[in-house]
Write a protein that binds this ligand. Sequence first.
Ligand code: UD1
Length: 367
Amino acid sequence: MSTIVEVAGARPNFMKIAPVHRALLASGGFRPVFVHTGQHYDRQMSEVFMRDLGLPSPDFELGVGSGSHAEQTAQVMLRLEPILLKERPRMVVVVGDVNSTLGASLTAAKLTIPVAHVEAGLRSRDRTMPEELNRLVTDVISDLLFAPTQEAVDNLLSEGISPARIHLVGNVMIDTLESLLPKARESDVLHRLGLDTGRFLVTTLHRPSNVDGSSLPVVVDVLSSAARDIPMVMVAHPRTGKRLHQTGLLARLEEGGVRVIEPLGYLDFLGLMSSSAGVLTDSGGIQEETTVLGIPCLTMRDRTERPITVTEGTNEVVGLDRERIVEAVRRIATGPPTEPRRPALWDGRAAERIVSILCDVLRSRDP
Ligand code: UD1
């Protein structure tokens, strides 16, 4: 049995690691060791997700918690190193682009343990985004790069990465969506919130560029303007909730007609999103999920590292342009439903492909 260490730590990691974990177990040839870094630690940001996604209790919990980027990344490295030295895995699997992804891949690479990066090759070309630096460094030091789209493959090739390391496998987030959508549709979240199917918008915002600096009052104004045409629910990330409280902008947002609620678990959030008229977000994963669900998505950023969701999906990158957003919301509120779109290989089987490649690669390296 080959030991594989899987590392996840923040909310958007859990839905990516879950299908890989299951596929590793199903193949019968691996002993997956699950490490939770604890970058996200609130019940609503972590425990509820582990439960909804059917992830096992972690084999190791690093308890890293909040801190500056340097602190978070360094703590992941310090706390993971002894585990890797003890377990001596044949591969470390990291997912996504959070600080835990960077810390884990650097630690493994420096111990000469091969790293597999799931969701490799995404690029926003904005190096002020912490996630962009995490993606660039992780991809450069990983042995196996599992890309969700041809665009991601092309990004890696254009950076001079050897084609032998790159594998186009599809999107593991969609594996999770596919397997849990029927259950999510049974959620009573709409009833709990008193909402009618197809007659409300969902918003989620947490990027530092939108919520940490001078943009937050603009965001609040834009959302309040958009909420005049259709009810809007903000599912607030802890970072956003804290900032709205600290700045006193929460009251203004609620007076503007936006209902602010605490983070939801995976099933409730997917249930809510799949029944909504549209989504306003700065999340990465939600741009992909709305494409497959056929729900219009307005991305409140200047660019996206997931352009396929625009060219082949339901996404529109709108920045903080109030006129454009109000106009788009009006269109969504009154227009016909959007059709779901499915980029190539976003078919619910990405994790199977990953594990089959892992089997082949490790077999070819057997002593
Ligand atoms: C992180 C990821 C981002 C991802 C996002 C999704 C990085 C650089 N960023 O950003 O890519 O899209 O997660 O959620 O890794 N907090 C809590 N409870 C928690 C977790 C965080 O209250 O369980 C608070 C922290 O104390 C901090 C803020 O939220 O004040 C930000 O948390 P942090 O983990 O630094 O980054 P995220 O914004 O969550």
